[in-house]
Each structure stands twice: as structure tokens, then as C-alpha cells.
Design a protein around this ligand. Structure first.
Ligand code: TRP
Length: 459
């Protein structure tokens, strides 16, 4: 039951069946909820540590502005113009059998794959709420090894993965306003409050505050490598939920009278500010106890718990609740992309779609939850978790982002773009210029790096 052939807007009646946001605030909170996730609280702090601090942060900020923001605007423009899921959107704005709909397919597939392993990490965050309640004790080594035990223990990982997927399904089944928007309005303000409290604690109650601020904000460019620049670019992409139609789908529920420019700036700014605040909170603790900032992916689940043994549960419990809430609002946006496709293009009911697809993603996620399952990938045996993470971050999202960008800049009708942007002024001209010549080049470089094809890098 494809109705992708009609161009442009649908009737009001049809829109209300699809759903839309109740208010601008609802959209902003849901979209920041999608953007703010494990990428901000887990990944950003650890990669900043690995790449040496402030210089990396600065490059990342530039990437958000020249790659992230324009691409987010492109997705919102495509979404709101078509009022469709990613597949339907490309058809509606081009033509019924358009090859561009493959971009939408890729997006829906990315949502499926990313959520399947994202849910496993989110599950670890939930497990750590309870570990925190019990308190961390023992030697540093013993505390650090708890993480390995959790990961290696399929029944524990599977149980938390199950709970997380049930929560995502439960929220998305409620619909755009009564599910996603309502929960974003509860979870996001709580998240902001917890994070501000943790930052205040880090800066005012530990001795690590000044060193943390210096580490994050006083650049030393001698530490900057090409690898760091490429990671900053890739991360700008991931953290803003771009390249797979998540913002496109959320944009399709937006009201016509809101400024896309203003909203995209607000969402990108909030996402960036939250990542920086999380960095300050985490590094204040890390430096207070003289730990290694370059610990890598284990920073949150291994290094921090050792410190939490000193601070007590009243710091660690809120921290892991924060991580869980951040993951949950991102998880629902990943699920919503997949669900929107089946609702719009196949005419399924929201309830049926959410239950069936949510279950399918859950089952697929079991592969990632069972750490002992491995497949040969890039020359060695790897767990499914790493394989899916690698494929989606390095191949699927950059390809999706690249194509979305080309579509918005070169294929979409000028009149469609202008109608959503709201003017043809210098700002609009600037955006189109960047989308044509800057963003795609940057994204293409990330892709080449993901494929290990950049001539000047050692792979
Ligand atoms: N942006 C989220 C984070 O920072 C992850 C995420 C949610 C995402 N939806 C996405 C990433 C869509 C890419 C595409 O953790």
C-alpha cells in the first residue's frame, strides 16, 4: 500500500493519523533526546581522552558546525516537506520509483542494526544502576573486572537488553505525542538536572575540576593527529543522529510554522553542550583520583566505578540513571524510524508495527548480547557487537549522510527547499553552498577513512 507517489503535503486528516508534535518544545526535547545518547556521555568523553583533549574538542566543534548542522537542516527540510518516513520522503520529493529511495532503505536498515547493539550497551548502563546501589568495593582490579564479567555473562546481558527493548517498545507504541513526546518531556529535563548536579559536584567538590577544564578547553595542537580529525568528523555525525533518517523522521512530525534553522541550531547546541558538561563531570573525577584520561571505551564502565567506590552511590546511581535516560530517548528514535516506514509505506497499524519490528530488533540484538558468538570480520574473529558497531558507524551512516546531502543540495526542487527554509536570503544561499561543496566532501572523507582507503593514513 504505497502512497509515496503523491508529492508534497498530505491532507490535515492524514497528518493527524501519522502523528505530529504537540509543541515546539516537544520537538526540541524529542530531537535532543535522539541526539543526546551514549555518544555524548560514553563515547565523547572517552575519545576526547584518547585523542588528547582540548585540540580534539575544538576540531569536533568545527565539525558540528560545518558538517553536522547543515546535514541536520537538510534532514529536517526533507522530512517536513514530504511528511514521510525516510523511504517515502525520497520518493515523494523525487518520483515514485526513484533510486534515491535506496537512501531511505539504508536508513531504515541502519536504525534496525544500530538499535540492536545500542540496546546492549544501554542494558549495561541499567545493570550498573543496580551495581551502584549495591556499592562498588574491592581493589581497583576487582571493580574493573566486574565489567568483563557482565559482558561475558550472556544471561545478564540478555536480561538487560530485554528490559531496554521492552521500554523502547512501550514508549514508541504510544505514538508521537503520547509516547515519544510525553516521555521526552519527562526524561530530558531529569537528564539535564542530573548532569548539572554532577558537573557542580565535579567542579566544586573534587580537586579535579581545574585540571578537567584545562584538559578540555586549553588546546595543545601538537597532540592533534589526522586520525583525531577524522574521528571528530565521524563523531559529529553519530552524536547528532544523522545519516539514517532519524532527524528526517522527527522533522516529518514538525509543524510548518517553526524555523528549521533555529531548531537545528538549538538541537546541535544542546547536544554539544551536554557532551562538554559530561566531559567536565567525568574528567573532574578522573583527575581528582589521578587516573588515566586515555582509558578508552572502558572509561565509564571500568575507570569510573573505581572512583565511585570512593564517592559512594549518591554519585554513581544518578550517573548511571543519566546514562540510561540518554540511551532510552535515543533508542526510541532509532525504533521510530523503522516503525514510521512500516506505518507509512505498508499501512500497518502503529501497535502491530512496533510489536513486530521491536521484537525482530530484539531477537537480532541477541547476537550482540552474547559476547561469545563471533564471526570472522576484517581478518579476525570478532563479536557481533563490534562488527555491527563498525559497519554502521563506518559504512552505513556515512553513506546515508552523503546521499542525503547530495539529494538535498542537488536533486530536490529549489521551490521545495525554499518553502521549508523560509527564505532565499544569504543564509539560505550559504546553506546550499555548504551542502553542495563542503559537507559532502567532508562526509566522503569519513567514508574513505572507514573503508581504510585514505592514502595519507597508515592502516
Ligand atoms: N545520537 C545518539 C548518541 O549520541 C545515537 C543515535 C540515536 C543515533 N539515533 C541515531 C546515531 C541515529 C545515528 C543515527 O548516542
Amino acid at each position: 500500500m504505497s502512497n509515496g507517489s503523491e508529492t508534497g503535503g498530505l491532507t490535515e486528516n492524514k497528518q493527524s493519523i501519522r502523528g505530529n508534535w504537540g509543541s515546539r518544545m516537544g520537538f526540541i526535547l524529542a530531537a535532543t533526546g535522539s541526539a543526546i545518547g551514549l555518544g555524548n556521555i560514553w563515547k565523547f568523553p572517552y575519545i576526547t581522552g584518547v585523542y588528547g583533549g582540548a585540540a580534539f574538542v575544538l576540531v569536533y566543534l568545527v565539525c558540528v558546525v560545518i558538517v553536522g548542522l547543515p546535514l541536520m537542516m537538510a534532514e529536517l527540510i526533507i522530512g517536513r516537506r514530504s511528511k514521510k518516513n525516510p523511504v517515502g520522503a525520497f520518493k515523494a520529493l523525487h518520483k515514485p520509483r526513484s533510486p534515491w529511495q535506496a537512501t531511505g532503505w539504508l536508513g531504515v536498515a541502519s536504525g534496525f542494526v544500530i538499535l540492536s547493539f545500542y540496546s546492549v550497551v544501554a542494558g549495561w548502563a541499567m545493570a550498573y544502576i543496580f551495581k551502584s546501589l549495591a556499592g562498588f568495593s574491592g581493589t581497583g582490579q576487582q571493580i574493573q573486572s566486574q565489567f568483563g564479567t557482565l559482558v561475558a555473562h550472556p544471561s545478564a546481558s540478555i536480561m538487560w537488553h530485554t528490559i531496554f527493548m521492552v521500554l523502547c517498545i512501550g514508549i514508541v507504541i504510544g505514538g508521537v505525542q503520547r509516547g515519544i513526546e510525553r516521555w521526552s518531556k519527562i526524561l530530558m529535563p531529569t537528564l539535564f538536572a542530573i548532569l548539572l548536579a554532577l558537573m557542580a559536584y565535579g567542579v566544586f567538590y573534587t580537586h579535579g575540576g581545574p585540571r578537567a577544564l584545562e584538559f578540555l578547553f586549553k588546546p595543545d595542537f601538537s597532540k592533534l593527529s589526522a586520525e583525531a580529525v577524522l574521528s571528530a568528523l565521524g563523531h559529529a555525525f553519530f552524536t547528532l543522529s544523522l545519516g539514517m533518517g532519524a532527524m528526517l523522521t522527527y522533522g516529518s512530525y514538525m509543524r510548518r510554522d517553526e524555523s528549521i534553522t533555529r531548531d537545528a541550531i538549538t538541537v546541535s547546541a544542546l547536544d554539544t553542550i551536554i557532551a562538554l558538561i559530561a566531559g567536565v563531570a567525568i574528567y573532574s573525577l578522573v583527575f581528582n583520583f589521578d587516573m588515566d584520561p586515555a582509558a578508552g571505551p572502558g572509561l565509564i564502565f571500568q575507570t569510573l566505578p573505581v572512583l565511585f567506590a570512593e564517592t559512594g552511590p549518591w554519585v554513581s546511581v544518578p550517573f548511571f540513571i543519566l546514562l540510561t535516560f540518554a540511551a532510552l530517548t535515543s533508542g526510541i528514535s532509532l525504533l521510530e524510524v523503522v516503525v514510521a516506514y512500516f506505518i507509512d509505506e505498508r499501512g500497518w497499524s502503529r501497535k502491530k508495527t512496533t510489536l513486530i519490528l521491536g521484537t525482530a530488533i530484539y531477537l537480532f540484538g541477541l547476537l550482540s548480547a552474547i559476547a561469545s558468538l563471533t564471526i570472522p570480520f576484517r581478518g579476525r574473529d570478532q563479536g557481533f557487537f563490534d562488527v555491527f558497531d563498525f559497519i554502521s558507524t563506518n559504512y552505513m551512516l556515512p553513506v546515508g549522510g552523503f546521499l542525503t546531502c547530495l539529494f538535498a543540495a542537488w536533486v530536490m526542487k529549489e521551490s521545495d527547499r525554499v518553502a521549508e527554509f523560509g527564505s532565499r536570503g544569504p543564509l539560505y544561499k550559504g546553506l546550499i553552498f555548504v551542502l553542495r561543496y563542503v559537507t559532502p566532501v567532508a562526509v566522503f572523507i569519513v567514508l574513505l577513512h572507514g573503508l581504510e582507503l585514505l592514502p595519507f593514513m597508515d592502516y
